[in-house]
Ligand binder design. Structure first.
Ligand SMILES: Cc1cc2nc3c(=O)[nH]c(=O)nc-3n(C[C@H](O)[C@H](O)[C@H](O)COP(=O)(O)O)c2cc1C
Length: 176
C-alpha cells in the first residue's frame, strides 16, 4: 500500500513535533515528515494521501520569509502549486495557532493552505468542530467547522494529544 506523505512548516518547532507524533501514530503507514522548505510540488504529488501542517505567523500569515523567518516555508511553496493537479489526492490539514494572543487570526494559515489544495483539485478530509476553542475570527472556519485540525500549543497543550488521536482516527479510512 502507498504510504502517507507528511509535510510541515515551522519556525519554533511545534509543528514539527506534531508532525513527528503523527508519523509515530501512523507507524508503517507513513513516511518520515518533511519540512515544506525542502520539498517540491512533485514530492507531494508522489503520494495519494497527504497530511500537511502549518503554524500561523504575523497577523494571520503563512510562515516564511515575510514573517521574518530564516527559511522559506508555506508562503513560498503555495505559489508553486498554482496550476498543479492534485485531483485524486486525499489531503488532511492541521494548523497550530494561539487563540488568546491572536483571536482575530486564529490558525488563519490553515485557511490559506486549504484554498490552495482545494483550487488544485484535492479531496480534503478531516474537518473538525470549533467547539472548545475561544476566538473571534479565523480564515480556517467554514460555518462552525475548521477545515482541518486546529491545535493550540500555547494555551491548550494538554488537549492536543486527544485532539490529534481523535482526528487521526476519523481520517484513517484514507490509508486503511
Ligand atoms: C510573531 C508571532 C505571530 C503569530 N501570529 C499568529 C496568528 O496570527 N494566528 C495564530 O493563530 N497564531 C499565531 N502565532 C502563534 C503560533 O502559530 C504558535 O505559537 C505555533 O505553535 C508556532 O508553531 P511553530 O513552533 O511550528 O513555529 C504567532 C506566534 C508568533 C511568535
Amino acid at each position: 500500500m502507498a504510504k502517507v506523505g507528511i509535510f510541515f512548516g515551522t519556525d519554533t518547532g511545534n509543528t514539527r513535533k506534531i508532525a513527528k507524533q503523527i508519523a509515530t501514530q501512523l507507524g508503517d503507514a507513513a513516511d518520515k515528515p518533511v519540512n515544506i522548505s525542502k520539498a517540491s510540488v512533485d514530492d507531494l504529488l508522489a503520494y495519494d494521501v497527504l497530511i500537511v501542517g502549518s503554524p500561523t505567523y504575523g497577523d494571520g500569515e503563512l510562515p516564511g520569509l515575510s514573517a521574518g523567518h530564516d527559511n522559506e516555508s508555506w508562503e513560498e511553496f503555495l505559489p508553486k502549486m498554482i496550476g498543479a493537479d492534485f485531483s485524486g489526492k486525499t489531503v488532511a490539514l492541521f494548523g497550530l495557532g494561539d487563540q488568546e494572543g491572536y483571536p482575530d487570526n486564529f490558525v488563519d494559515a490553515l485557511g490559506f493552505i486549504y484554498d490552495a489544495f482545494d483550487e488544485a483539485g484535492a479531496t480534503i478530509v478531516g474537518m473538525t468542530s470549533s467547539a472548545g476553542y475561544t476566538f473571534n475570527k479565523s480564515r480556517a472556519l467554514q460555518g462552525d467547522e475548521f477545515v482541518g485540525l486546529a491545535l493550540d500549543e500555547d494555551n491548550q497543550k494538554d488537549l492536543s494529544a486527544d485532539r490529534l488521536s481523535d482526528w487521526l482516527e476519523t481520517i484513517s479510512p484514507a490509508w486503511k
